[in-house]
Ligand binder design. Structure first.
Ligand SMILES: [Fe+2]
Ligand SMILES: [Fe+2]
Length: 183
């Protein structure tokens, strides 16, 4: 499945903060898919549906999710850090912690991806490997639960209050360009 953002069914690039929140729902969804497939298929051959689900979720985290991180680290956080508002200054530590979370999530997604690709190649999950994957996924779920709550509940509302309409528009323009090969 090709995951596209900014289509008419969802928020547009004119509403970048809403788009970023939509991405969070996709992160939660595809993480749940990974957890479910690993739980259901451990020690067995994949069904057709499980194989498709695993492939789609791995592809999402490999191709689409990194752009979301770039949207935040390269487009949103720098503008918030430059914003003169006291609230934005108070959020500096939060943004540093969120960037550390991105790095940790990335270090978990890499082995998850290579293990997943290996399983797709051989058509099954060995029980021992499934248990290790479950541990990585549990850590990711805990990380994302806290991380997405802070972004949805604190950082995006803060951006909505402190960034100018021009700055928010610029975030959307960069997000769009990032998905059309200009960045
Ligand atoms: Fe995010
Ligand atoms: Fe983030």
């Amino acid at each position: 499945m090709h995951v596209q953002i900014g289509t008419s069914a969802q928020a547009s690039f004119e509403q970048p903060l809403q788009l970023l929140m939509d991405c969070h729902r996709r992160i939660e969804h595809f993480l749940e898919v990974l957890v479910r497939v690993v739980h259901e298929a451990s020690g067995e051959e994949f069904s057709y549906e499980q194989r498709r689900a695993l492939e789609t979720a791995l592809t999402y985290f490999r191709d689409a999710a990194p752009r979301h991180t770039q949207d935040e680290e390269q487009s949103l956080f720098p503008r918030l850090r430059q914003s003169a508002g006291t609230e934005a200054i108070e959020a500096f530590e939060l943004m540093d912690a969120l960037e550390a979370d991105h790095a940790r999530a990335d270090s978990l997604h890499r082995p998850i991806d290579s293990r997943g690709i290996e399983w797709l190649r051989c058509g099954e999950i060995s029980p021992g490997q499934g248990a290790e994957m479950q541990l990585w996924l549990e850590e990711l779920q805990g990380l994302y639960q806290r991380h997405l709550q802070i972004e949805d509940g604190e950082i995006f509302p803060l951006a909505g209050r402190t960034l100018t309409p021009e700055e928010i528009r610029a975030v959307g323009v960069e997000m769009k360009a990032r998905r059309s090969g200009i960045f």
